[in-house]
Design a protein around this ligand. Sequence first.
Ligand code: ATP
Length: 404
Amino acid sequence: MGEKGHAAIVTVGSELTYGLRLDTNTRDIASRLSRLGYTVAEAVSVADDLHALATTLKRLCAAYPLVVTTGGLGPTHDDLTREAAAKSLDLPLERDPKLMRWLESVAARHALGKASEQVFRQAEVIQGARVIRPTIGTASGQVVPTSAGKLVLLPGPPQEMSPMLDEIFGDAERSSTRILRCAGITESDAQVAVQEVLEEHPDISLTVLASPSLVDVVLVEHGHGDDIADAAVDAAAALGSHVYASDGRSLAEVVLDDAAQLGVTIATAESCTGGMLSAALTDVPGSSRVVRGGVVTYSNELKMSLLGVRQALLEQNGAVSASVAEAMAAGAAETLGADLTLSVTGVAGPEGGTDEKPVGLVWFGVAYRGETSSFSRRLPGDRAGVRTRAVVAALDAARKALGG
Ligand code: ATP
């Protein structure tokens, strides 16, 4: 059992039990609670059904010191979590005057006219609960003391739920957990490398989480000592330059931060990824300080006309080749005027593979301050997998080019 005891998660909503939405809240809450030292013993989804929800909450609140729910805190008649929780704990619901005033002002600000009676349902608080005001949306969270511990009610939309999770449970990353984010290494290589150094740190456990081409090495301290910092340093040394972040940043964020620090601008020239690399970079807020833009040159004609790739190269070597990848990167440097340009050209499949150039073969070009280089990868997976992995490989190449 985790040092903090057992916990249960209840995600509320018929959209979950009908199979219309993927329940990502359970994953996010479970991983947060596990990292904090709780053992999540049960995770259930319940339809928008007052009786079913009240029964479930009654059972779980009696059994576990921590129960966390998401969903059903909105204003409409099918948002029943407040009522169900009050019923299950045999406590009354009270209208919180501060929340009432705030909901009135929110409604006024949004020019909705006088807030309807429905909206004020969101001011109903279980007696004795602490209210967690939302930073996004209008559904407040609640932390209710129970005989076994506490019941935490959070809104359903992940972007509303997550800041409240931070507020209530703090930043798990900074306490007993360290996450080393790695690229260019397989899950099992990372596992073996870190397992070896952890022999020196018996209180630290290791979990390796893989997503396409990326690996998160998660270290959790179970003892009461303060070994986690040392263990993270040793693990990072074992993983070497594969580690791109230990502070939760994504690979794209790291590339952009490194580039910004060096005063470097970035542009992209993409074929098989069709703009996904550019999207990954521009997905990061503030990316305009670094990203100049990009072109998608899917056809050979556009590779020639927009990037100046010579026809002879395309005819002799084919579009998926070292020389074309380099010519695309160099051409983009010229046309788009960036310090660092990245190109991607490959066979994403499922059709179009040959013995010489199989599905999954991707060539990458990097032009940085006048020098151009290329490398290839044979990427596994279906079309989506190849394209996603190609984006990661290109970002990692950028990170390395920038000295990471
Ligand atoms: P609000 O009224 O502010 O939307 P709420 O607490 O009433 O908050 P719900 O109505 O239950 O939330 O859910 C709103 C939306 O949030 C759902 O349509 C869904 O897109 C998303 N959502 C709800 N629960 C989950 C979940 N467990 N995992 C991922 N998304 C979820």
